[in-house]
Design a protein around this ligand. Structure first.
Ligand SMILES: *[C@@H]1O[C@H](CO)[C@@H](O)[C@H](O)[C@H]1NC(C)=O
Ligand SMILES: *[C@@H]1O[C@H](CO)[C@@H](O)[C@H](O)[C@H]1NC(C)=O
Ligand SMILES: *[C@@H]1O[C@H](CO)[C@@H](O)[C@H](O)[C@H]1NC(C)=O
Length: 400
């Protein structure tokens, strides 16, 4: 993959942080194809000779974070060879040359895990050099052990050693530390600027009005929770639903919808209400919800949520919506179907958030259900904290 990002006025990283998800989490495509300010992002996937798939910087269908994410999701993995030099030339000619904006810094991030095909032209490794593009080359895997391969990375990075990164695993790409580093590279001196959009965005993104989000709460109904906390958790779900801007109809292409599953397991799982935007229905369902007070398996809960909420016959998740799972659990649950469940979550592109209450939590399980994203885990000391503005506002910003 090769990623190009144009920056002019970087946004306040704090404002960006709220906008979610690794790559998409940190850079906000501007809603206009050739705006005067803001960031645009393009992607090139490359493989064997002449095989490219690209998201153009000036694609005017990419007008929001969710449409960008959708486009990235729709990239299909092209198995095949590694023609890095050709890809760099392609990126310059097809993405940057024509569509770059005046006085805009252009960054390219090249991510590769191996030696390129010997039939390709080495000269093109420097295709982005001398064009006022800042190139970072990221080599993944064991390629650093070979002198020749390291040299190629240096060529890609226009002979600037500080712009070469090595990494052992692809998963390190989404490590918080690495993303912070890249944020510094791509946005070295962030300014808090308000071009026509972001100041408003923060407000209306903060309430899930600008993009579709389907939020499934998974409440751990185990006996560890206790009746009192069950009522507090219920109230939390209700407060969140009231705060969000809910969809106007069930097929509204924007805004939020909410569902609640109380999981026990491996047997009892209770869909308290399916994905809905009807506050009256949410309120009534919460009033009627009874505490399971049973043993619980979070894996079984996830599988149930996917089969009966996400793929529910009546009110399943919307195709273009971001699918968020919010876990209310301390992670101390059985591990039935956990691996399978985590796999399904990835397959469904679920964006997880974990609200872990109490001092005694199972961090391994929390890490699994948060898909390894430590920033997606909120640790709170008790259920009363969920109603405090400090937590509540942070949570709403995060989820939206
Ligand atoms: C990878 O990068 C680190 C940090 O820059 C460096 O210390 C290390 O020697 C590199 N590994 C190899 C095999 O080049
Ligand atoms: C919302 O839910 C309530 C209670 O279930 C129901 O009476 C009402 O018709 C619903 N409203 C809409 C617009 O579907
Ligand atoms: C599941 O839990 C059991 C009992 O605590 C343990 O023996 C087993 O290794 C766990 N399995 C996995 C896959 O973590």
């Amino acid at each position: 993959f090769l990623l190009c990002r144009e920056t002019e006025a970087c946004l306040d990283p704090e404002a960006l942080r709220g906008l979610s998800e690794s790559l998409g989490r940190r850079s906000v495509p501007h809603p206009h194809a050739r705006p005067a300010a803001g960031t645009r992002v393009g992607v090139v996937q490359y493989s064997h000779e002449g095989t490219f798939e690209a998201i153009q910087l000036d694609d005017d269908r990419i007008d929001s974070l969710s449409s960008f994410k959708e486009a990235v999701k729709n990239l299909e993995w092209i198995a095949g060879g590694t023609w890095t030099p050709s890809a760099l030339k392609f990126a310059y000619n097809q993405l940057i040359k024509e569509s770059r904006r005046q006085k805009t810094r252009v960054f390219a991030v090249v991510i590769t895990d191996g030696r390129h095909d010997p039939r390709d032209d080495d000269l093109n490794l420097r295709a982005l050099c001398n064009h006022d593009v800042t190139v970072t080359a990221i080599g993944i895997g064991d390629m650093f052990h070979e002198k020749h391969e390291s040299e190629n990375l240096y060529s890609i990075a226009c002979d600037k050693p500080q712009q070469v990164r090595n990494m052992t695993r692809f998963s390190d790409l989404v490590a918080e530390k690495f993303i912070d580093d890249m944020e510094d590279v791509l946005c070295p001196d962030p300014q808090i600027v308000c071009p026509d959009l972001p100041c408003q965005t923060e407000l209306y993104v903060a309430q899930c009005t600008q993009r579709p989000v389907d939020i499934v709460f998974l409440l751990d109904g185990s006996e560890r929770l206790g009746e009192q906390n069950f009522h507090k958790a219920r109230r939390f779900v209700e407060e969140v639903s009231r705060r969000l801007t809910l969809a106007r109809r069930e097929d509204d292409p924007l805004h939020a919808r909410v569902a609640l599953l109380q999981f026990g397991g491996p047997g009892p799982q209770r869909v308290e209400f399916p994905l809905t935007s009807n506050l009256t229905a949410i309120h009534q369902a919460l009033e009627g919800a009874r505490y399971l007070n049973s043993f619980s398996h979070v894996g079984a809960g996830i599988v149930h949520a996917i089969n009966h909420v996400v793929r529910g016959a009546r009110a399943g998740a919307r195709r273009h919506a971001e699918l968020a799972f919010v876990f209310l659990t301390d992670g101390v649950t059985g591990n039935d179907s956990l691996e399978e469940a985590v796999h399904s979550m990835r397959k469904q592109n679920v964006v997880p958030t974990v609200v872990a209450v109490g001092g005694d939590v199972d961090t391994d399980v929390l890490s699994k259900i948060s898909l390894g994203d430590a920033t997606a885990i909120f640790r709170e000391k008790d259920y009363d904290s969920l109603a405090q503005p400090g937590f509540f506002d942070r949570f709403i910003r995060w989820i939206c």
